[in-house]
Structure formats: C-alpha cells, structure tokens
Design a protein around this ligand. Structure first.
Ligand SMILES: Cc1cc2nc3c(=O)[nH]c(=O)nc-3n(C[C@H](O)[C@H](O)[C@H](O)COP(=O)(O)OP(=O)(O)OC[C@H]3O[C@@H](n4cnc5c(N)ncnc54)[C@H](O)[C@@H]3O)c2cc1C
Length: 189
C-alpha cells in the first residue's frame, strides 16, 4: 500500500513526488512520458537561468528518486475506490494500492473523466477542461487530489511545480494529522 500515488511526472507531479518522498511517505510516481513540458525551453523559472523542459523533468524525477520515490513508466487507465483506499490500474504494470492519489496529468483530463471526477471548463489558454478542485486540491472523490495544469492553474512551470508541492503538503498534513513544513537549514561553521 503506497501512502501517495502520483499520476504524471511533469513539473506538478514530479514536485509533488519530491515533497511526498522527502516527508517519508511511501510514494509512487507513474508517467506515460507525454509531458507538454518536453517541448519547452524555460528562461522564466525562478532561480534557474535557463533550462530545457526535458532537463527540468529528468532532474525532478532524479530528485524524487533520491528521496525514495518509486518510478513506473506506464499509462494509468483508472482509479477505483475500495474499502481499504484506492486502486490505481495501469495498462501494463498491474495495479497499485494507495491511501491518496494525486492527479497531475497536465492538459489531459481523459483519466479524470474515466475515474468520474467532476470537471469544468478551463480558463487558461488552450486548456479546455480541468478537474474541479477546492483550494486544497481535493476533488469530489475522497482521497483523490489534482495539481498543476489539470487542476486549472496558470500553465507555467514555476506555478505548476509550486501547485504540485502545495497539494503534496496538504496530503502529507492530512496523513500526519497536523500541518507539515519541510525546511532544511543551512549549516554554518
Ligand atoms: C511549447 C511549450 C513551451 C513552453 N514554454 C514554457 C516557458 O517558457 N515557461 C514556462 O513556465 N512554461 C512553459 N510551458 C508550459 C509548461 O510546460 C507547463 O506549464 C507545465 O510544465 C505543465 O506542467 P504539468 O505537470 O501540469 O503538465 P505536464 O508537464 O504536461 O505533465 C503531465 C504528465 O502527466 C502524464 N500523464 C497524463 N495522463 C497520464 C496517464 N493516464 N497515465 C500516466 N501519465 C499520464 C503525461 O505524460 C505528462 O508527463 C511551455 C509549454 C509548451 C507546450
């Protein structure tokens, strides 16, 4: 049983996986390698002078793995509820049990619709449909959250990655029963 399964390893999902794994949560990141960010070149991501989309994604996946996140390349086909929690079904690699699921599927909401998540019209350019989430990132199904482009935030890497972190922190806080903060302190001599 994973604490948190994240679907989509773009900036939103990758960032969520870093926070979840670093918090000691058993984390799985599943991705089908169709990120829109693979075509991007960034010069507006705070703290990074310039980076290609593929490099940003690969670095994010490596960071998540460094903290213990497991990575699986596959297409998620459905998420269903059971008495124990949630079951994430994939096309080729079988099913994974989870306490919480974060959808970070970018511009694609087909999976959300298959799951039965409530959707609504998008407001950002070229984003037709988004998952209907509350301010925390919760969807209409208990235990399923959404972050990044599929949750309707502005389509920029600094914002989608920040939204992934925000939603992960909310999930971690719910699992811990108290607000969670992740601060490392600079060591001085
Ligand atoms: C050409 C282009 C240029 C851009 N330039 C910039 C720029 O200069 N600056 C900037 O800030 N932003 C830029 N962006 C926007 C940036 O890419 C997005 O803001 C951001 O990366 C979206 O992040 P995301 O994680 O929400 O979605 P994505 O990066 O699209 O990630 C979603 C992931 O979910 C996966 N997925 C979807 N469905 C499933 C499923 N069923 N099972 C498994 N995996 C699934 C996809 O494969 C993908 O990897 C650009 C975008 C494009 C297309």
């Amino acid at each position: 049983m994973f604490d948190i399964v994240i679907i989509g390893a773009g900036p939103a999902g990758g960032s969520a996986a870093i926070f979840a794994a670093k918090a000691g949560k058993k984390t799985l990141l599943i991705d089908n390698d169709k990120s829109m960010t693979k075509r991007a070149w960034m010069e507006n991501h705070y703290g990074i002078m310039e980076i290609s989309g593929p490099d940003l994604i690969e670095t994010g996946k490596k960071q998540a793995a460094k903290f213990g996140a497991e990575l699986v390349e596959d297409q998620v086909t459905n998420v269903t509820k059971t008495e124990q929690g949630l079951v994430v079904e994939t096309a080729e690699k079988g099913s994974f049990e989870a306490k919480h699921v974060i959808l970070a599927t970018g511009a694609v909401t087909a999976l959300a619709e298959t799951i039965g998540l409530k959707t609504k019209d998008g407001t950002e350019p070229r984003i037709k449909t988004i998952v209907d989430v509350d301010a925390q990132g919760k969807t209409n199904i208990d235990g399923i959250w959404a972050a990044g482009t599929c949750a309707g935030v502005s389509v920029h890497t600094i914002i989608t990655s920040g939204d992934g972190a925000k939603v992960a922190i909310n999930v971690i806080s719910e699992l811990n029963g108290e607000r969670y903060v992740d601060h490392d302190v600079l060591k001085t001599n």
